[in-house]
Ligand binder design. Structure first.
Ligand SMILES: Nc1ncnc2c1ncn2[C@@H]1O[C@H](COP(=O)(O)OP(=O)(O)OP(=O)(O)O)[C@@H](O)[C@H]1O
Ligand SMILES: [Mg+2]
Length: 282
């Protein structure tokens, strides 16, 4: 069996996440089934799929918020939400960057919240916290606005601040759910650059959901197309273009050996099937 295609440079790093035969139900309906996925340290993975295809559900299952109906999730050798995974996982959602107007908090204060976890809250010295917060502010490039109120920031800067909070918590594996929504092209590009830099220079691992196919393809090493189960998992350059994606359905689930692109079976739509995707491609 060939090793799975896991991006250009990451075939030799250790797996941090191993999902086997995962099924998750919500509201009595199976929304994910037979999901097998291995993520290695340092990867930048783009997770795409139509609305309601289970992307956020997959992230919530990895975080341990939703429990599997079937299958296993092994995160750093432990179950999600166990003591040993605490603080190692960061979650950034679009909603997380939208602060209620009446909350007055500066960038520094928000990022400092990331250091409040049970591991270090009582035992670490304040100076260590301060260093971590400063380092996180620097990593996300918000030094100039560190003492500004979050409400005065642009959407892109707010998104960076939320990523900064995850970094201050020492998160090694960052899950982002639609972080590019509502930010302009320039902010989007610089956010993608930042994420890329976090992978390469800080050894972070990124799993990012986005509908912005052009943007995600430009940055991710590896792409996953999810529609209840994984229909494509491979290096970004092998990802089918949008037209092909929209015109094709029923790609055989990726199990074991099927990571190899040559083994995908693409089945053309029947005449009555309307291809649907809400993914944007520039
Ligand atoms: N709280 C919930 N209770 C019941 N069903 C839910 C709940 N949240 C989501 N679902 C259902 O689970 C399925 C997967 O939803 P999910 O939010 O994971 O999709 P998604 O791929 O993230 O979609 P989007 O691109 O719109 O964010 C959908 O059919 C959705 O209706
Ligand atoms: Mg979602």
């Amino acid at each position: 069996m060939q090793p799975p295609a896991v991006g250009k440079v990451m075939t030799h790093t250790s797996p941090i996440l191993k999902i086997k035969d995962l099924s998750v139900s919500r509201g009595g309906k199976v929304v994910l089934y037979e999901v097998d996925l291995t993520v290695r340290k340092g990867e930048f993975i783009g997770l795409v799929g139509p609305n309601g295809s289970g992307k956020s559900t997959l992230l919530l299952a990895i975080l341990g918020v939703l429990k599997p109906q079937n299958g296993t999730i092994d995160l750093y050798g432990h179950k999600p939400m166990s003591r040993n995974t605490h603080g190692r996982i960061g979650w950034v959602s679009q909603a997380a960057a939208v602060m209620p107007k009446n909350v007055r908090i500066t960038v520094r204060e928000l990022i400092r919240l990331g250091t409040l976890n049970s591991k270090n809250m009582f035992f670490r010295r304040k100076s260590i916290h301060r260093e971590k917060v400063n380092a996180a502010i620097k990593m996300v490039g918000l030094e100039d606005v560190a003492d500004n109120d979050i409400a005065r920031l642009s959407g892109g800067q707010r998104q960076r601040a939320v990523i900064g909070r995850a970094l201050a918590s020492s998160a090694e594996f960052i899950l982002l759910d639609e972080p590019l929504v509502g930010i302009d092209r320039e902010a989007r590009n610089s956010l993608l650059k930042l994420l890329d830099k976090l992978c390469h220079d800080e050894d972070k691992t990124i799993l990012m959901v986005s509908h912005d196919l052009a943007a995600i393809r430009q940055t991710a090493h590896r792409m996953i197309y999810l529609e209840e189960s994984i229909r494509f998992d491979g290096v970004t350059e092998d990802f089918p273009d949008l037209t092909t994606l929209a015109g094709l359905r029923g790609i055989e689930p990726v199990h074991g050996h099927a990571h190899d692109k040559k083994e995908f079976t693409l089945v053309v739509n029947g005449p009555d099937e309307t291809p649907k995707t809400n993914m944007e491609e520039e």
